[in-house]
Unconditional design. Structure first.
Length: 111
């Protein structure tokens, strides 16, 4: 994403939903991208979305990737995750999807 001209704030591994949301709000991000390989995707995505709602920051879009079983994808999308990427998704597809979502969502007042 950085190579595509996007500003990326990488927090590192094993960050809590609280840390992720706090940083996202402080940095005025458009999108949170979660990469989850631990199998805790249902909990982490929901916790991040809930915290964003609690902090009146639901305009921050959430996308994610990792090892997510097919049977969980519809539920995650129903919770408000905007896009999910599985291992092997081409980078240009991820970049294009993120750009489209930001343009369509007019996040953060269009900034």
């Amino acid at each position: 994403l950085r190579d595509a001209g996007m500003e990326v704030i990488y927090l590192g591994l094993k960050r809590t939903p609280e840390e992720i949301v706090t940083t996202a709000i402080q940095e005025d991000v458009d999108v949170i991208g979660l990469s989850i390989l631990s199998g805790a995707h249902m909990t982490h995505f929901k916790d991040v979305l809930d915290l964003l709602a609690e902090r009146d920051a639901s305009d921050i879009l959430v996308v994610g990737g990792g090892i997510i079983p097919e049977e969980h994808k519809a539920e995650l999308l129903g919770l408000g995750v905007k896009a999910l990427f599985t291992p092997g998704t081409p980078t240009d597809e991820i970049v294009g999807t993120v750009r489209r979502l930001v343009e369509e969502g007019d996040v953060n007042g269009g900034s």
